[in-house]
Write a protein that binds this ligand. Structure first.
Ligand code: NDX
Length: 256
């Protein structure tokens, strides 16, 4: 059976942090080219329907930890705190893999990004799963620790905001439609990237609840990945809609 190698966890987490910085430097000035930021001149082939693309891309984040869990000899997730923490990651990716893609009304997704996205999900699924299943050790009363309870609360709040905001975005289109409209309601009243804000809160909550290096590295990666994207969405809306609400911020309500 596999064992915990803390050197591996440290190395993979550091690389994830480095990837986050790379990402920040790549996408601060120009957005990653999918959805509303895809270049119109892009080859019409080399894309997959959004449904298949998001399913395939996110699947490893669910499957890899599930396989790691199956490979571990019982008792699989001791003690309770750790068991709950792994489930949080699993819940999110159950939603993102098996629910989100089947309802999306997004444009076809570029194959090249899909490939990198999948690689990323394998990498991160392995790192988070490996750490929580083979390395993490929590005291028996971790469930009542302020880090666990406040992190869990943030996670649930973020997940709620994320799912609700993705629902509001979806309802802007009829099936088959590909036009962009001004998002309204929920946290979109305050920010252009409400779904991203939720996702970021969610993963920082997860990091606090697990109090682990891999989870903080992932939260940082998420911030560097979709933070800039929220800013580019915001600029896009301001450029496209003259009646765009002036008080709306890019990512963080009332701040930025
Ligand atoms: N997928 C995370 N990097 C990413 C895919 C892209 O889950 O090479 C990271 C994820 C990947 C990225 C992933 C990793 C890094 C990659 C990157 C590509 C390049 C980059 C691989 C894996 C890379 C290095 C160099 C380091 C290797 O037509 P449409 O699609 O625009 O329609 C949209 C619709 N919509 C509207 N409809 C009507 N009117 C409007 N005004 C609309 N605005 C939007 O709503 C979509 O159908 C839908 C949502 O669109 P959008 O743009 O708001 O969100 P989207 O970016 O598609 O994300 C969807 C959800 C969202 O909840 C978000 O929080 C979550 O996924 N997400 C996304 C990205 C990453 C991530 C979470 C995370 O890091 N945790």
């Amino acid at each position: 059976s596999m064992q915990c190698h803390s050197g591996l966890v440290l190395a993979l987490s550091s690389l994830l942090g480095a990837l986050a910085l790379l990402q920040l430097s790549l996408y601060l000035r120009v957005p990653s080219r999918y959805g509303k930021h895809e270049e119109r001149l892009c080859r019409p082939r080399g894309r997959l329907p959004a449904r298949c693309a998001w399913f395939l891309q996110e699947l490893p984040s669910f499957l890899v930890p599930a396989m790691l869990l199956a490979l571990r000899s019982p008792p699989r997730l001791e003690p309770l705190g750790c068991r709950l923490l792994c489930c949080l990651f699993g819940w999110h990716y159950f939603y993102r893999t098996f629910i989100y893609p089947f309802f999306t009304r997004g444009r076809p997704f570029p194959l090249q990004l899909l490939f990198f996205g999948m690689l990323f999900c394998i990498y991160n699924g392995f790192l988070q799963g490996y750490y929580l299943i083979y390395c993490a050790e929590y005291p028996n009363d971790w469930c009542t620790d302020i880090r666990f309870t406040s992190g869990l609360l943030l996670f649930l709040l973020g997940m709620g905001i994320n799912i609700h905001s993705d629902l509001l975005l979806r309802q802007l289109r009829k099936p088959g439609e590909v036009t962009y409209k001004i998002p309204q309601g929920g946290l979109f009243t305050y920010v252009s990237g409400a779904n991203y804000f939720g996702e970021i809160v969610e993963w920082f909550g997860f990091a606090i609840a697990t109090w682990s290096l891999p989870a903080f590295a992932f939260a940082f990666f998420t911030l560097c990945c979709i933070g800039p994207r929220a800013y580019h969405h915001h600029r896009y809306y301001l450029k496209t809609f003259t009646d765009y609400p002036k008080s709306r911020k890019a990512l963080i309500p009332f701040v930025f």
